[in-house]
Design a protein around this ligand. Structure first.
Ligand code: SAH
Ligand code: SF4
Length: 378
């Protein structure tokens, strides 16, 4: 069921839609450009801080728009390079956003490359057998404003760590990966509208090539994404190199088996002339055999794709096991031996429940059992 908030989120607006509403409310259309300047480069929290706007317009915005479609409830830093952020929306639903820092030589931690992993739905209907997000099913899609607000909130946190970028009005992250909770291509219209705002010069001015959308394999939407003028990157969560293995852990494969998924991925790669990523979670005795590695190599070569191997992250209540380091290494060596570029992810943030959807699930369970809510974010 779609959730209808009391007021629309200001972060869901474009110059056209905001301009229309301004005019209807008796304000000049040109104010829209000034408002966007405050919303993205300056990232202010409330209309009263938009000091070059007349008081009646600020009051009008307050009355008509929600400025905090998502708000921070919890921040968990890991001992390595990951920070997990839990945000609450107006209907009480929780979503996760993760900041991953890739340390760079010669620069301090505050200047390291930052990737933001965002969510697109509350829960997920796709029910992959290894994933915490799918455990309790799908609750709802995020709105355009909620997706954008997630990023704005993260920028506000990061601005404190690196005020120089904030002062220049730049986004405080280097890459966006749409790999958080939910199946992005099942909330296609809202996601694309949000990413267009992120990309727009009046928004974050953030290049499409620095955005990666991850899908479990919603074939018709992959074809649709291939036709988009903005060239976002695509990652496919493969997790099995045969239908037999994929069917066991990913129900989506029954609807869109490999013989449909691979041509869709190929069409996307051809259209955008760039490399795809194949994500492959390694789960002991499920998909980590040498036979799977060889078959995965065939697919990766056919698609000219890079393979990202992710050692399975333990999810409470699920039976799966992460393969030993030796088995993980052996798998990656087989791929490389067959000419495939592959990385074995040293998994980041294991100690803060980094696997998709786990922090949200734990918090919801604690709240349902009457435990006190998590402390407010610092
Ligand atoms: N629905 C999309 C994007 C979100 S899932 C998709 O499936 O691609 C985000 C990523 O987290 C996916 O690559 C998913 O496979 C991975 N993931 C989910 N559960 C995991 C677990 N227990 N351990 C490691 N990675 C996991
Ligand atoms: Fe949904 Fe992705 Fe999790 Fe599968 S892996 S249940 S598609 S979020």
């Amino acid at each position: 069921m779609a959730y209808k908030p009391e007021k629309p989120s200001i972060h869901g607006e474009t110059p056209e839609t905001l301009g229309e509403r301004l005019v209807a409310g008796g304000h000049p259309r040109y104010r829209a450009a000034q408002i966007f300047e405050w919303l993205y480069p300056k990232r202010v929290e409330r209309p009263e801080l938009m000091t070059n706007l007349p008081a009646p317009l600020r009051a009008w915005m307050d009355e008509n728009y929600d400025f905090e479609a998502t708000s921070l409830v919890l921040r968990k830093a890991s001992s390595d390079v990951t920070q997990k952020i839990l945000q609450r929306m107006r209907d009480g639903s929780l979503i996760e956003t993760v900041i991953i820092r890739a340390p760079m030589e010669g620069v301090g931690q505050e200047k390291s490359r930052r990737t933001i992993c965002i969510s697109t739905q509350v829960g997920c209907a796709y029910g992959c057998k290894f994933c915490a997000s799918g455990l309790e099913g799908w609750k709802r899609d995020l709105s355009i404003g909620e997706i954008v607000s997630q990023l704005v909130q993260v920028c506000r946190i990061e601005d404190k760590a690196d005020p120089t970028r904030a002062a220049e009005g730049l986004a405080s992250f280097d890459n966006i990966v749409v790999m958080g909770m939910g199946e992005p291509l099942a909330n296609y219209e809202n996601l694309l509208a949000a990413l267009r705002i992120v990309n727009a010069p009046w928004g974050f001015g953030f290049g499409a090539r620095r955005v990666t959308i991850s899908t479990s394999g919603v074939v018709p939407k992959i074809f649709k994404l291939a036709e988009e003028p903005l060239g976002f990157r695509l990652a496919i969560s493969l997790h099995g190199a045969t239908n037999e293995v994929r069917n066991q852990i990913m129900p989506v494969n029954k609807k869109y088996p490999l013989e449909e998924l691979i041509p869709a991925a190929k069409a996307f790669a051809r259209k955008h002339g760039r490399m795809l990523t194949l994500e492959f979670i390694l789960i002991e005795d499920i998909n980590d055999s040498l036979d799977q590695a060889k078959r995965l190599a065939v697919i990766a070569r056919e698609l000219h794709a890079h393979v990202n191997l992710i050692p399975y992250n333990k999810v409470e209540g699920l039976p799966w096991v992460r393969p030993s380091l030796t088995r993980q290494e052996r798998f990656v060596q087989v791929l490389r031996g067959l000419g495939v570029t592959a990385t074995l992810r040293r998994e980041k943030g294991h100690d803060i429940d980094a696997a998709c959807g786990q922090l949200r699930l734990q918090t919801e369970k604690a709240e349902a059992s009457g435990a006190s809510p998590p402390p407010a974010a610092a």
